[in-house]
Write a protein that binds this ligand. Structure first.
Ligand SMILES: O=C(O)C(=O)C[C@]1(C(=O)O)C=C[C@@H](O)C=C1
Length: 282
C-alpha cells in the first residue's frame, strides 16, 4: 500500500466532510489530516500538491448540487475522482436555550440551512438564518451569544460539548461526496465528465447526448453550470453508469471529442455508502 497520504477536507472538527474523510482514510495507518476553512481550499490544496486527496461534497438529496465543487473542478487542471461516498446527513439544532421560542438567530452552512428550510419555516419562522463556512464553524457562535442556535451533526455537538435542543430536522437526507486526487482511473461503476459545446450550433447538446443514447449508456445526473465568462454560456456535468474500460463507453467518449468544444474526463470510480460513526448519538 502507498505511504500515508495527506487528506484535505472542510473543517473544523465534526463536519460531515470530516466523517467522510475519516472513512476514506481508514485504509492507511496514519494519514496527515488537513482541515480547511472552505470547500474551494480543499480542491486548491490538491491541485497545488499540498494534499494527495481532497474530500468534497458534490450533491445532496434535498438541495441538489454543491456548485463550488462542480465549478472549481471545471477550472482546475489535472484533478480526477478517486471514489464516491454517500453519507446519511443528520441535522440537529444545537443551543443553550431551554425552549425553541427563545432562539433569536440560527447559524449554519447554506447547504444545511437549505436542507432544513421546512423545519425552520415551521418552528422558527421569524428569525434570521446566518451562513457560516461549515456546520461545525456554526457551533462557535452557540456559546458566546445568548439566543443563538446552530445546525450541525449530533457528532459535532458531542465533540464540542454542546447541548442538542431538537433532532432530525430533515428526513431522507443524503450527501454524495467525491474523493479527488491526481490519479486518472479507468475502472469503476461510474464515470463523470464535464463538457461545453460549440456556441450557436443548433442541437449541439442533443448531438452529445445521442452518443450516450446510441451506446445505451444510462446518465445518473446531468447539470448545467454557467462558465462565468458571459451570460447564457454554460458547461454541462454528467455522471454515467459504467466504467470507461467498457468498450461502448470508451467509444462514446471518443465520439464526444468531436461534438464538444472542451471535454474534461474526471475518470471512473466506485461509490460506497458511509456509515455514521458508532460512537455518535443520533
Ligand atoms: O458543513 C459540513 O458539515 C460539510 O461537510 C459541508 C456540507 C455541504 O457543503 O454539503 C456537507 C454535507 C451537508 O450536506 C451539509 C454541508
Amino acid at each position: 500500500m502507498s505511504p500515508d497520504p495527506r487528506i484535505a477536507y472542510l473543517g473544523p472538527a465534526g463536519t460531515n466532510s470530516e466523517t467522510v474523510a475519516h472513512c476514506f482514510g481508514q485504509r492507511w495507518s496514519q494519514p496527515a489530516w488537513l482541515a480547511t476553512s472552505t470547500i474551494a481550499q480543499v480542491l486548491h490544496h490538491v491541485a497545488q500538491g499540498h494534499a494527495d486527496y481532497g474530500v468534497v461534497p458534490v450533491e445532496n438529496s434535498l438541495e441538489g448540487s454543491v456548485t463550488t465543487t462542480l465549478d472549481l473542478l471545471w477550472q482546475l487542471p489535472d484533478l480526477y475522482i478517486q471514489q464516491g461516498l454517500i453519507l446519511p446527513i443528520l441535522h440537529s439544532l444545537v443551543s443553550h436555550c431551554a425552549e425553541i421560542n427563545q432562539i433569536q438567530r440560527v447559524y449554519s452552512h447554506p447547504q444545511a440551512l437549505g436542507q432544513c428550510q421546512y423545519w425552520l419555516e415551521e418552528h422558527l419562522p421569524h428569525i434570521p438564518w446566518l451562513p457560516t463556512r461549515s456546520t461545525s464553524e456554526a457551533l462557535q457562535y452557540v456559546q458566546p451569544e445568548a439566543g443563538s442556535a446552530a445546525i450541525a451533526s449530533p457528532r459535532a455537538a458531542q465533540l464540542w460539548h454542546l447541548p442538542i435542543l431538537a433532532q432530525d430536522l430533515a428526513a431522507d437526507n443524503f450527501t454524495r461526496f467525491w474523493v479527488v486526487g491526481g490519479i486518472f482511473q479507468r475502472e469503476g461503476t461510474h464515470t463523470s465528465l464535464a463538457f461545453s459545446v460549440p456556441a450557436n450550433r443548433p442541437g449541439a447538446l442533443v448531438r452529445v447526448l445521442a452518443h450516450f443514447a446510441q451506446a445505451e449508456i444510462n446518465l445518473s445526473r446531468i447539470e448545467s453550470r454557467p462558465t462565468r465568462r458571459s451570460l447564457g454560456e454554460y458547461f454541462f456535468c454528467v455522471d454515467l453508469e459504467g466504467a470507461q474500460t467498457q468498450p461502448r463507453i470508451g467509444a462514446a467518449l471518443d465520439g464526444l471529442g468531436r461534438e464538444t468544444s472542451r471535454l474534461c474526463n474526471y475518470g471512473s470510480y466506485t461509490i460506497t455508502p458511509v456509515e455514521i460513526p458508532v460512537d455518535c448519538p443520533n
